[in-house]
Design a protein around this ligand. Structure first.
Ligand SMILES: *Cc1c(COP(=O)(O)O)cnc(C)c1O
Length: 407
């Protein structure tokens, strides 16, 4: 067996399809986000503005978060020193779980090393707890949910994205006595559209199903205390399991589920992805807890975030650029082919110091390749102006289509 040739084959396939991923080497500077330094392959450096990060509110450099992390490092050192079961549960983990349970108005919360693991571990474990469980999963669910559903050995039904009639038809076709769970997201990160939470909860009630929502792109940013879209729509109590991340708007790392005490206890006891891995470092837990606590009270960052997104969408629309606008904070500009998307991204970076990663197939369907901007409260007016001017110039340079402007 020529192992090396096999690896070449696998890698060349990606190159041929234009899907080989190149990472941009960037260094964030404390207190200066969204400004950062790009370390180019030739060894030189260029200052850039990050326009595609998930540190949506700039909490990754917030003094409250950093202070809590410094304090925990001074108090306890670097790592947790074990799995949750074997010497790795600390006051910091318990405090964070209490903070998260309170955030979502649930009896309990369970911490994982990431929201990816939280989704994968929980969804792959549920059929062990509810034998015969059928999972109804939105077609555009995140890879971590797909993975958890795929390898759990249970039955699955994929419903067309946000298609309630299709979901109903699938529910109707199954044994009324079978245990069921509907898994979906509150905000889908590629289009920035919302899941129909109330309608899905209604269907779940009608068919006796549990509900599982991924609020990863909403926690910290939506709702009066930052608990997400379900909080904003006063529907949190109707969701059985809420999944969130501590790595995006909360700016640190880690993921969790919030649910009943009994459900968290069962996942804690049965999910290998929770049991057999070292718990988060105490400093990470401390920083995340400080971030969650801060955003429960500080509405100003949330409001500024929405204002910034609205402003950017208005400006891009004003130039006739084809953006998708579902009213969320995510700003996708449709380019429609991988070559132009990559070219725009390259020119923005090289010529204007604007970093936005191209989004290509298979992350999005072919023909919908796009640039996805994530404005934040720390992107100032001059950064916004530079971006608008650059997009205007490059759109013309590439001779891409614009919408007819009204008036
Ligand atoms: C980013 C993301 C995750 C994974 O979150 P991490 O904490 O980064 O692992 C899960 N679900 C969705 C929808 C995401 O976009």
């Amino acid at each position: 067996m020529d192992y090396s040739a096999k690896l070449d084959e696998a890698l060349n396939k990606l190159h041929e399809e234009g899907r080989y991923r190149t990472f941009i080497d960037i260094e964030r500077k404390n207190g200066q986000f969204p400004h950062a330094t790009w370390r180019k392959p030739d060894g030189s450096e260029q200052p850039i503005t990050v326009w595609c990060g998930n540190d949506y509110l700039g909490m990754g450099q917030h003094p409250v978060v950093l202070a809590a992390m410094h304090e925990a490092i001074e108090a306890t050192g670097a790592g947790s020193g074990g799995t949750r079961n074997i010497s790795g549960t600390t006051v910091y983990h318990k405090r964070l779980e209490a903070e998260l349970a309170d955030l979502h108005g649930k009896e309990a919360a369970l911490l994982f090393t990431s929201a990816y693991i939280a989704n994968d571990a929980t969804l792959s474990t549920l059929p062990k707890l509810f034998p015969g469980l059928i999972i109804y999963s939105d077609a555009l669910n995140h890879a971590s949910m797909i993975e958890g559903v795929r390898r759990n050995g249970g039955a699955k039904r994929i419903f067309r994205h946000n298609d309630l009639a299709h979901l109903r038809a699938l529910l109707e076709a199954d044994d009324p006595a079978a245990p069921k769970l509907i898994a979906f997201e509150s905000i889908y990160s590629m289009d920035g559209d919302f899941g129909p939470i109330k309608e899905i909860c209604d269907l779940a009630d009608e068919f006796g199903a549990l509900t599982y929502i991924d609020e990863v792109h909403a926690v910290g940013m939506y709702g009066p205390r930052g608990a997400g879209v379900a909080e904003q729509e006063r529907l949190m109590h109707r969701i059985d399991i809420i999944n969130g991340t501590l790595a995006k708007a909360y700016g640190v790392m880690g993921g969790y589920i919030a649910a009943s005490h009994k459900l968290c206890d069962a996942i804690r006891s049965y999910a290998p992805g929770f049991i057999f891995t070292t718990s988060l470092p105490p400093a990470i837990a401390a920083g995340a807890a400080a971030s969650v606590a801060h955003l429960k009270h500080d509405n100003s960052l949330r409001e500024k975030h929405q204002e910034q997104a609205a402003k950017l969408k208005l400006r891009l629309k004003g130039m006739g650029l084809p953006i998708i606008d579902h009213g969320s904070h995510i700003v996708p500009v449709m380019v429609g082919d991988p070559v132009h998307t990559k070219a725009l991204s390259d020119m923005l970076l090289e010529n204007y110091g604007i970093y936005v990663q191209p989004i290509n197939f298979p992350t999005v369907p072919r023909g919908t390749e796009r640039l996805r901007f994530t404005p934040s409260p720390v992107h100032g007016p001059s950064e916004m102006e530079t971006l608008i001017q650059a997009m205007d110039a490059l759109w013309s340079h590439c001779a891409l289509n614009r919408a007819e402007l009204a008036g």
